[in-house]
Design a protein around this ligand. Sequence first.
Ligand code: GBH
Length: 448
Amino acid sequence: MSVADRPRFPEGFWWGAATSAFQVEGAAAEGGRSPSIWDAFVRRPGAVADGATAETACDHYHRYAEDVALMAELGLSAYRFSTAWTRVQPGGSGPANPEGLDFYERLTDALLERGIAPVLTLFHWDLPQELQERGGWLERDTAYRFAEYAGLVADRLADRVDMWITLNEPFVHMIYGYAWGIHAPGLPLVYGALPAAHHQLLAHGLAVAELRARGVRSVAITNNCSPAWPASREPADLAAADAYDRLHNRLFTDPVLLGEYPDLSAFDSIELPVQDGDLKVISAPLDGLGLNYYRPTLVAAPSPGAGLPFDLPEMTGHPITAFGWPIVPDGLRELLELFHHRYGGALPPLYVTENGASFPDVVADDGTVPDPSRIDFLDGHVRAVAAAIDAGVDVRGYFAWSLLDNFEWAEGYTQRFGLVHVDFETQRRTPKDSFHWYRDLIAAQRGA
Ligand code: GBH
């Protein structure tokens, strides 16, 4: 963007980038780490594109110093990463593994030395496999195990991490992992997935208490949200969009901010294993709400016998990413304003904790990685955040997904989201054009 029409952001706004442990670390059998549900899932024939695993991924476990140097070159004010439960507390119970905590301490200190605020997510989908064998998030006990793990991380890092995020996208983990079975743990339970919603939320609330007990001041949860666009103004489409909105945007937010579940009576058989007092735990006050935004969702009335109160037709008329996701920057402004109006005084400051796009990036002969589509994507979405701020929404940070090309779950290494290109044969990192674009944007904003 040119200097003249550059949007203005508030003083202290966080310019960030994000990754997650399983997607970048590798070193799967080192440092006392135990297998997670994703280590098990990638071995299922056909589960992941090209049969890829994350045994090495970006080898960030060994190369974190080089990666922090890249962050410093970008001028990031904050870096969002996740800790692997399997490193900190192998198997998901028992004492902490000091070697696992040592790694996150080295990473945290390297960030602080560069003036980059560490933003730590405790759970980005990599549950210890042992806990899955006892039912995973279908079991209430997993919530208590998670709180214990949160305490172990905080025992080591409470004094140094600027912001703590309990869970990443519990909605996606529940739907992809437990309802459809296309992510780990690979269970196609449909409505049977719903206990995984309540137990993740309970885990969040119990973890908040453990963090507070250790003096943590800033705690958030990150939800993946998407404006639900009715296919028409017909009442049936409007009702379908409302049902989808409750499931995708409210199920994991209303309990946290309002202390109650949304009305889900449009669904056949949603049963949540709520016990007395749970919603009080779940609605412990927060200091931020993280929103991951990728696209809006088009919603239509269900076809007969669909089993769900909505259909999700393809969205047409927008440019698309390599994943096929429509590119709609203004949907981010809409989402931020929706939350601002919906939750009013109950809404803590918002952080866009992920936003980005995959494109088929390649290193050119001259050593550059031209990715003009990603620059357009990021530019449009950053402007959408500015527009929301102008409209009165309290947004405090923006994190590009992702710092590095990485292990994109069921898509393996076939979808590249990074500001930095990674050659997965050599582990060579090459900043893309979008990296330089983001660096210049940050420099202009932070210097402004
Ligand atoms: C995030 O999930 C994850 O937190 C992160 O680990 C991941 O790498 C990143 O996004 C990129 O995928 O209707 O087929 O167009 C994002 C969850 C779920 C968001 C699917 C976009 C669109 C699906 N995504 N959704 S589709």
